[in-house]
Design a binder for this molecule. Sequence first.
Ligand code: GLU
Length: 304
Amino acid sequence: MFRTTRVSTVLAVLTALLLTACGKEGSPPVKGPVPERLPHYAVAENFQLPDSPTWTRARKRGYLVVGVKEDQPYLGERDPATGTYSGFDIEVAKMTAASLGFDPSTIRFRTIASANRETALQNGQIDYYVGTYTINDNRKKLVGFAGPYYLAGQSLLVRADDKDIHGPHDLDGKRVCSAAGSTPYQRIKTDYPKAVLVAYDTYSVCVDNLLTYQVDAVTTDDAILIGYAAKAPGELKVVGRPFSQEPYGIGVPHGDNALRLAIDDALEARERNGDWKKAYEATLGLSGVPAPTPPPIDRYQAGT
Ligand code: GLU
């Protein structure tokens, strides 16, 4: 009797240790998006958009090519084993594709880093882009933006045992990592010039550098950082309050106003019929933040 109890206790302890070890080794997050829980988006029938050169080209080709991120948990993540993309941005790409008359399962996703988004849209590598892409006036000179479909804010990610960094004012002399070509990188450069900026193509490389003590903080949108923190429980934490507004838009080729406005209509319809909220809850919402009210769509005048 005594023996059996001892053996089962030892087994339980071993199992617990094994489970902890698996989690630490970067096995899939317990709370990642579950494919069966993702919404199905009704595909618009007989949809036409002849005024859009991008849509017309995609229709002839037979499928859409959408630029995304592949290393941003809950937002845009690619499973290296299957090549499947998942996350809130991926769902936004699928729901808008369905409204444009394209079956979401036929989308070809292409990973494009922050610094390469404008050129990818300009040279026709992608039809549109959905990947934590902040709408701003500088970028509007180069590309068009549908949306916004979500409002994020710049924040800071540090190691869990860090006691010095609570906000951007604590960054003087600290090594701060962000993605080249991003708005958070630019904001640190102009507003906090005493920080020692380090740039990589992607935030996941910044996070690796944080975990190995090469940098002291990673900065980008809270929505992105929360995902990395959730993937390394006990090792990383998001600190302070967001110190910017990052309205996420869908990037379209500059001048293709027909496509931009059609995607605006699509977003509005998907917000109204509940698809946006369902998509949020099945992806980004898994990080623990309840679904916010999406920001109002901005159908801005072309040329502004
Ligand atoms: N939203 C910011 C941006 O568009 C940061 C995230 C990103 O680099 O995608 O620059």
